[in-house]
Design a protein around this ligand. Structure first.
Ligand SMILES: Cc1cc2nc3c(=O)[nH]c(=O)nc-3n(C[C@H](O)[C@H](O)[C@H](O)COP(=O)(O)OP(=O)(O)OC[C@H]3O[C@@H](n4cnc5c(N)ncnc54)[C@H](O)[C@@H]3O)c2cc1C
Length: 319
């Protein structure tokens, strides 16, 4: 009889864990692309203490991955070995006003809700978040940004749990922010943050938020199965210009396509596999390098195992 990962890794102490333990959770159900195989075990802790205890019990050799709302993720078809942590709204989805222009928010608060809450308290600086479809944890890791703003402008303190089950508080400096990157320890799960904006006027803030939404509606395929910007902007240019120059607007591999509307967005047009999407991305990188000499870097995070062969760029015409 096969032993479940819960018995294998937590044994008799599994009962001490208060959160949900879900063996074999299909990750396609939690990613925007709607692709991705199963997590060997998904864990949704009830709170930071529960997460810390879980890590204290989990054998050190079991790999751990964290996912947020899956809006910047390409999970491969073979799924993810070990434990996938997903912080639920209950326990991590609260936001509160600390007074002045400071907020305290849990890692599962959606970016849009954060922008809305700041507007209600006349706190400026959060409007850019209204168009980003992730939650705070992913935004902290990615230094998410748009329209001239980024997370690092708002962060004062970040709360985290490390792989040993120790709860930590990080400063802005500890987060080591750069463009769409944080160099804070890769094992850290961010559980929340203290954020600070500037004093503003609610009507002005709401007008800015409406502009952000209007721009997105026009310029991005926001209702499609996508992962947002596929590649980071290279020094001195925009990734979409490089993709366009390589002739890849509308380029397809299987059910995966570079959007006609915003050609740095990959789409799952219906039945794409993660393999199709990653092959498309690698093919665009190869074509862009040949056409422009620019090496595009993935902004989307790719996680997990291949089912079949690893990726071979496809350089031909439409498949
Ligand atoms: C239509 C669309 C538009 C987008 N526009 C923008 C944009 O304008 N600007 C922008 O920056 N991004 C944009 N994105 C990408 C994405 O929304 C952001 O990167 C977002 O911050 C990711 O948050 P998430 O919760 O979805 O994280 P996920 O995609 O689930 O994860 C992203 C990364 O964060 C890590 N992570 C998630 N939660 C935690 C946590 N609690 N602790 C530690 N690490 C964690 C994951 O391991 C992964 O490495 C867009 C995406 C889409 C689909």
């Amino acid at each position: 009889m096969s032993v479940s990962p819960v018995e294998q890794w937590l044994g008799a102490r599994a009962g001490e864990i208060r959160g949900r333990l879900i063996p074999g959770q299909l990750l396609a159900s939690v990613t925007w692309f709607r692709v991705g195989g199963p997590a060997e075990l998904m864990f949704q802790p009830q709170d930071a203490d529960d997460l810390a205890l879980f890590f204290q019990l989990l054998p050190a050799e079991v790999p751990v991955t964290v996912v947020g709302l899956g809006s910047n993720l390409l999970v491969r078809d073979g799924g993810i070995d070990g434990v996938v942590i997903r912080l639920p709204m209950k326990g991590f989805g609260q936001v509160s006003h600390l007074g002045g222009t400071r907020l305290l928010a849990g890692a599962s608060v959606p970016d849009k809700k954060l922008a809305e809450f700041a507007a209600k308290h006349a706190i400026a600086g959060f409007s850019f978040l209204t168009g980003i479809p992730g939650a705070l944890g992913g935004a902290l890791r990615m230094n998410a940004g748009a329209h001239g703003g980024e997370l690092k402008d708002l962060v004062r303190k970040v709360f985290a749990v490390n792989r040993q089950g120790v709860q930590l508080e990080l400063s802005l400096e500890d987060m080591g922010y750069a463009y769409r990157h944080s160099s804070a320890g890769a094992d850290l799960i961010f559980t929340g943050a203290e954020l600070e904006g500037t004093a503003g006027d609610e009507d002005d803030i709401r007008a800015q938020m409406a502009e952000v939404v209007a721009h997105r509606e026009k310029a991005q395929p926001i209702r499609e199965k996508t992962g947002g910007s596929t590649f980071k902007n290279p020094e001195g240019t925009s990734a979409w210009k490089v993709v366009d120059a390589a002739g890849c607007r509308g380029f397809c591999v299987g059910g995966a396509k570079m959007s006609d509307l915003h050609c740095n967005f990959m789409l799952n047009t219906g039945d794409a596999s993660a393999h199709d999407l990653e092959t498309l991305g690698e093919s665009v990188r190869a074509k862009a390098l040949a056409a422009t000499g620019i090496k595009l870097e993935w902004e989307i995070k790719r996680l997990g195992k291949f089912v079949d062969a690893p990726i071979e760029p496809f350089l031909g015409k439409e498949s």
